[in-house]
Design a protein around this ligand. Structure first.
Ligand code: C2O
Ligand code: CU
Ligand code: CU
Length: 503
């Protein structure tokens, strides 16, 4: 009897010990670093700016075709990818405040998808959220008038349940807005020369250069890759011929959180965040960007030097275990900047940037709403339901929102249509990169972010805007809700049904 007990105990110890070894191995393999390992052999691609045409009504018409293709993600290889007007990623769109836009989006992909204008203030039916589905072979033509300050926005699919997949395959692009004031400022603004789009992605590529769809054994925030692309270029370098260069950083990754700076930690001037230019530039050395977020920085270079743009280990505020499996111990060399021998002087960055002070005054708030992000698939205890309206907001009223991450894993919060201001971030003032107008904010585990927002201009009791975590795996799993904006006293209706469209 005693012997059997001992044997049993030994067996248990072997199993537990074995699991322990597996855990240690999984843990120790879960961090990634490419620091010091890149050859910077490929010139950084600059997505072309798409010139709109004028339609008969004086609108600026952009033709966008979502298509399959084969792209050279690793030099000398071909990967099956998706893109917009090309095999991978899409052109940079550009418009000015006051422009009337008509987007002609054609879906030549083999699957239903949508195209969402992230950060844009527009009617809900033009937003490109999960209700504005475009079937294969079909066209969708939203139209709106740009009415918001200059900013760096972007576009990407938003099909419920498949957003991570569609973005990962390559459907994403930058959308730059200008306004009269931003054009008059002495900021670097020569696109592709001293005003550079920096679209960050972290795919996992096989040796033959194909996109891999596997996920780590333990992946609290979905798919994390083991290398980085900038504008779809691996191993990129950027020649510059100016002393001051503006980098428009866009985190277009599905889950990866970056902490971006230069290898020598030089000072950068942060000039803009998601929603546009700051009131005044702020010196920073690092910029933390969760998926979906943007930041504009101006970097200074000396003649002939080389400097590496790097993502340092981001502080995700998670426990030992979740920090590692959410990418908190990962670092990447992103891009080498090669300064020319002669760099003509460039004007200093102005001390005042944006004249606009959005009317976001928390003392005018008519109500406080709470959002609790729980687990990895629900908000306020509910998982996304396309047929349910979660929140009803009255147009032209100011509200304070408290967004609490009640889980152990990193999340973020992104409401469509509005730009908000962060009032309080984890018990203190917001960090520089969340100090301007935002549309997406990182919410560390067990912390709360308070923000003030105001929905204006467009009401529709039936067609909702989304709010969600921008970790795309969480969004797909249901960490998303629906909000309608109504006139005072108006009742909410019901969201469109998609009987015909569902598969
Ligand atoms: Cu990038 Cu719902 O958005
Ligand atoms: Cu969005
Ligand atoms: Cu999340």
């Amino acid at each position: 009897m005693k012997r059997i007990l001992l044997l049993g105990l030994a067996a248990v110890l072997v199993v537990v010990g074995g699991l322990g070894v597996v855990a240690v191995v999984v843990y120790s393999r879960a961090d990634v670093s490419t620091v010091g390992e890149l050859s910077f052999s490929q010139r950084l691609r600059i997505p072309p700016q798409l010139e709109p045409r004028a339609d008969a009504n004086g609108r600026r018409l952009f033709d966008l075709t979502l298509q399959q293709g084969r792209a050279e993600l690793l030099p000398g290889t071909r990967a099956d990818t998706w893109g917009v007007n090309g095999p991978y990623l899409g052109p940079t769109l550009r418009a000015s405040r006051g422009d009337r836009l008509l987007m002609r989006v054609r879906n030549d992909l083999p699957e239903t998808t949508t195209l969402h204008w992230h950060g844009m203030h527009l009617p809900a039916e033009a937003d490109g959220g999960p209700h504005q589905m475009i079937e294969p072979g079909e066209r969708w033509q939203p139209s709106w008038t740009v009415d918001q300050p200059a900013a760096t926005l972007w576009y990407h699919p938003h099909l419920h349940g498949d957003t991570e997949d569609h973005v990962y395959r390559g459907v994403a692009g930058m959308f730059i807005l200008d306004d009269p004031r931003s054009r008059a400022l002495a900021l670097p603004d020569d696109y592709g020369v001293d005003d550079i789009p920096v679209i960050l992605q972290d795919p996992r590529l096989s040796d033959d250069g194909a996109l891999e769809f596997s996920q780590g054994a333990i992946s609290p925030i979905g798919r994390l890759g083991d290398e980085t692309l900038v504008n779809g270029t691996s191993n990129p370098y950027l020649p510059v011929s100016s002393r001051r260069v503006r980098l428009r950083l866009l985190n277009a990754s599905t889950a990866r959180i970056y902490d971006v700076g230069f290898d020598d930690s030089r000072e950068l001037l942060l000039i803009g965040t998601d929603g546009g230019l700051l009131e005044a530039p702020r010196p920073v050395r690092r910029v933390l960007l969760s998926p979906g977020e943007r930041a504009e920085v101006v970097a200074e270079f000396r003649p002939g030097e080389r400097a590496v743009l790097r993502s340092f280990e981001p502080d995700l505020g998670a426990d030992f275990f979740n920090e590692r499996f959410s990418g908190g111990d990962d670092s990447f060399d992103l891009l080498e900047v090669r300064a020319g021998r002669e760099l003509p002087p460039a004007p200093a960055v102005p001390d005042r940037l944006s004249g606009e002070r959005a009317s976001l005054d928390p003392s005018e708030s008519v109500r406080t709403r709470r959002f609790e992000l729980s687990g990895s698939s629900s908000i306020n205890g509910r998982s996304m339901d396309l047929g349910r309206i979660d929140e009803v907001v009255t147009s032209d009223t100011t509200e304070v929102w408290e967004v609490e991450n009640g889980s152990d894993i990193p999340h973020s919060f992104h409401p469509h249509d509005v730009r908000f201001r962060v009032l309080e971030y984890a018990g203190g003032p917001p960090p520089a990169e969340a100090s301007g107008l935002q549309d997406t904010v990182f919410v560390p585990p067990h912390e709360t972010v308070r923000l003030v927002a105001r929905f204006e201009d467009y009401t529709d009791p039936n067609v909702p805007y989304m709010f969600h975590c921008h970790v795309l795996d969480h969004e797909d799993q249901g960490m998303m809700g629906q909000l309608v904006v109504v006139e005072p006293g108006q009742e909410p209706g019901s969201p469109p049904s998609h009987e015909a469209a569902s598969d």
